[in-house]
Design a protein around this ligand. Structure first.
Ligand SMILES: Cc1ncc(COP(=O)(O)O)c(C=O)c1O
Length: 420
């Protein structure tokens, strides 16, 4: 596959402007990311480009499986597989035995949420940025158990109102079964005030489940600083790991109070004909079967991110996104839709008179990848704000000023009717 000429210059990008973290070795990041030579990838909130080391790790294991057999290959890489738990734990400030690996963020989150024994008196407390699948699970459980869902409103800045949350938990007392919060929503550049929420939930003694699917890999996320009891994340987005990977953090504080919704011979031991005992670590939330190559790829991606340093990644991604928001504000008809006091690498906007799908399709023709965040999947966020579908451009540290300039110039052409 060859890149169109306008991207040739991006294969070896010039050093970024001093405004965007000159200390970050973007040239190296791009050399180590084959996809940057093919596309302008601004869909990192969908699935980021994998670094070469992730690709090599996975392909290497698939070859081993083909040569010696799947179980035999797994045995040969036992230590490396085990090390993945240590890497993930280090990334989020947990202990390795508090990590369960999963095939997606949703499955990881489901394993935690469906482990709460809800009844008709119980209330699930959440915010307006909650991820669509999580809300569907609340509605599903509510229908089955009679539990109710309480929505805490946003504050003026468009993020969860922490004072209102505190009042809600005071009012509900022991009826509050858990607080579920999405750290970075799929359809908004906002970073929810997770640590402030953690402070409130700890004070109230209510379990705190954090959906960190979009934040892990772009922000320095630490479970102790945040004070969450459970955290779910994916591999394929900002962590740059393969698809089909995810993980769940289950703190020691809460593990034994939860009952996994499914168990198998990996999660539990069948100790007598009529009895089993659960594993004594977070892996009671896993299943036996797993894609070993993908898991090794996840470990390689986490180690790679740790090699750059999460603080450096967060600063670089944040600076690029801030630059992009500023540039977008200069394009006539383009409105940035991000809310919140603290913003991240996800940038959402709409273009007057243009359907978000059309904009994304036009950009794709120029090999610029963005995506659409749908109002129908963000009814509590975009829906309540009266915003329709938005274009989502999500930057990563390997993106360059030149790539952002290209996006802006394509959008300007689109608005001026010079494209399409
Ligand atoms: C905030 C958030 N949570 C959860 C998910 C679900 O992740 P997965 O598709 O890995 O299950 C997504 C996916 O976009 C997301 O943006």
């Amino acid at each position: 596959m060859t890149a169109p000429s306008q991207h040739d210059s991006l294969a070896d990008p010039p050093a970024d402007s001093p405004a965007v973290r000159p200390s970050f070795d973007v040239d190296r990041a791009r050399r180590e990311t084959p996809g940057t030579r093919e596309v302008t990838h601004l869909n990192n909130a969908g699935a980021a480009l994998a670094p070469a080391v992730v690709l090599e790790t996975m392909v290497g294991h698939l070859q081993l499986e083909a040569q010696v057999g799947g179980y035999e290959a797994a045995a040969a890489v036992g230590a490396a597989s085990e090390a993945v738990y240590g890497s993930v734990a280090q990334l989020i400030g947990a202990a390795p035995h508090e990590i369960a690996l999963a095939e997606s963020a949703t499955r990881a989150w489901d394993m935690a949420f469906y482990a709460f024994g809800l009844g008709p008196d119980d209330v699930v407390v959440t915010g307006e940025s909650e991820y669509s699948s999580n809300v569907l699970a609340f509605l599903h459980r509510a229908r089955r158990t009679g539990a109710t869902v309480r929505l805490v409103p946003n504050d003026q800045a468009g993020q969860i109102d922490v004072a209102a949350l505190e009042r809600t938990l005071d009012e509900l007392g022991t009826r509050a079964a858990l607080v579920s919060l999405t750290h970075v929503p799929t359809s908004n550049g906002l970073v929810s005030p997770a640590a402030a929420v953690g402070e409130v939930t700890r004070r109230a003694g209510v379990p705190f489940l954090l959906d960190a699917c979009q934040s892990v890999g772009q922000l320095a996320v630490d479970v102790t600083t945040i004070g969450c009891d459970l955290l779910s994340a994916t591999g394929r987005k900002y962590l740059r790991a393969p698809r089909g990977t995810g993980f769940l953090y289950v703190s020691d504080r809460i593990r034994d109070r939860l009952d996994p919704p499914f168990i198998d011979l990996h999660a539990a031991e069948w100790v007598a004909e009529d009895r089993y005992t659960l594993r004594d670590d977070a892996r009671r939330f896993e299943s036996w079967e797993a894609g070993v190559a993908a898991r090794l790829g996840l470990g390689a991606a986490v180690d790679y991110a740790l090699g750059w340093g999460m603080d450096a990644i967060e600063a670089r991604v944040g600076a690029l996104a801030a630059r992009l928001r500023e540039q977008l504000a200069t394009v006539p008809g383009v409105v940035v839709r991000d809310t919140g006091e603290h913003r991240c690498g996800i940038v959402t906007f709409d273009v007057a008179g243009r359907d978000a799908d059309d904009v994304v399709a036009q950009l794709r023709r120029a090999r610029v990848n963005t995506s659409v965040a749908r109002a129908a999947s963000a009814r509590l966020d975009l829906g309540r704000r009266g915003v329709g579908d938005v274009v989502r451009a999500s930057v990563h540290y390997y993106n360059t000023d030149a790539e952002l300039d290209l996006l802006i110039s394509l959008l300007s052409d689109l608005v001026a009717g010079r494209a399409g």
